[in-house]
Design a protein around this ligand. Structure first.
Ligand SMILES: [Zn+2]
Ligand SMILES: [Zn+2]
Length: 308
């Protein structure tokens, strides 16, 4: 089949997905938060692009897919010595995008195509802000020759796993199944138009993820009493070493460690997890201290592949 025709099969659903009734979660429900990528646009080899997997009863739900996402998931799977079956590459089927910035989304071709090549046999369910359909259809166009070759050639590739069901996000409940309810809420990220945070509610945990955000009242509200708040941050002392032009950019687009300490002390998550950290020469301990000056709860600075 010609891919031009196949493009029409790209199932794009504009608006909210139809919600199923909440099913009963299994009694022994278990949620793990796996920090697949804790980085920023900086190409730190120790920190892949931002990506978090919420794994509920061995079903993974991704938030963001920065560069490296599929290999970081593979690292946690039994095939490569890990212990989380849910992160076997072919299980990567549902993903949520906070915003279309490249550091959070440059892994999308990888997430669409690699699990398919490794035998995922259903379309990727992709939830993201306005523009998500165009981003995925353009990626499929760019890889048209590859997809055709795998389907029409000798490779026993399936016909469905390369497809994308793209769903445009808005505020409110955007996804619900027997494992999880996912709510999206808008966050301020400079003048970027559509940036969201997410709250995941499972049978045993509530997890809130900021995405990229300046200090935001919505995050505080959604994170009230959460088990885990995963929040971006930059170092106050590092910031002081930046020049004025950059300071203006960072202070309107992102959240400083001291500001985050204040946010956390008001919303009181059981655990605050720092990721997407802009250090600018500060150490991990310094960033943690800068948060702790305003916040006396539990806080950790995540590394790639940390599990909470
Ligand atoms: Zn951003
Ligand atoms: Zn970012």
């Amino acid at each position: 089949m010609r891919l031009r025709i196949l493009h029409f099969l790209l199932m794009v659903v504009v608006g909210l997905a139809a919600m199923n009734a909440v099913a009963e979660a299994p009694a022994n429900s278990e949620t793990k938060v796996v920090m697949l990528g804790t980085g920023t646009p900086n190409a730190d080899p120790e920190r892949s692009g931002p990506a978090v997997a919420i794994v509920v009863n061995e079903t993974p739900y991704l938030v963001d897919f920065g560069p490296g996402v599929v290999r970081r998931a593979a690292a946690m799977s039994p095939a490569y010595g890990g212990s989380i079956n849910g992160l076997a590459v072919e299980n990567l089927k549902v993903a949520f995008l906070t915003h279309l910035h490249s550091d959070h989304s440059a892994g999308l071709p990888d997430l669409i195509l690699t699990p398919w090549v490794l035998e995922r046999d259903e379309p990727l369910q992709l939830y993201g802000p306005e523009g998500i359909e165009e981003m995925s259809s353009h990626i499929l166009q760019a890889y048209e020759a590859d997809i055709r070759y795998r389907i029409d050639g000798l490779e026993p590739a399936n016909e469905r796993g390369w497809q994308v069901d793209a769903h445009v996000l808005d505020d409110g409940v955007v996804y619900e199944d027997e494992n999880v309810k996912v709510e999206a809420f808008r966050v301020q990220h400079g003048t970027w138009e559509n940036a969201f945070g997410f709250r995941f509610t499972t049978a045993d945990r509530v997890i809130v993820i900021s995405g990229d955000a300046a200090p935001d009242a919505n995050i505080e509200e959604y994170a009230q009493g959460a088990d885990i708040l995963i929040h971006e941050v930059y170092s106050d002392s590092g910031f002081a070493r930046r020049d004025e032009i950059w300071q203006k950019y960072h202070s309107t687009n992102h959240t400083s460690a001291s500001e985050l300490g204040e946010i956390a002390s008001r919303s009181k998550p059981k655990l605050l997890v720092l990721y997407h950290v802009l250090f600018w020469g500060s150490s991990e301990e310094t960033v943690l201290d800068e948060v702790r000056q305003q916040y006396d709860g539990d806080v950790v600075l995540a590394k790639d592949l940390d599990v909470y």
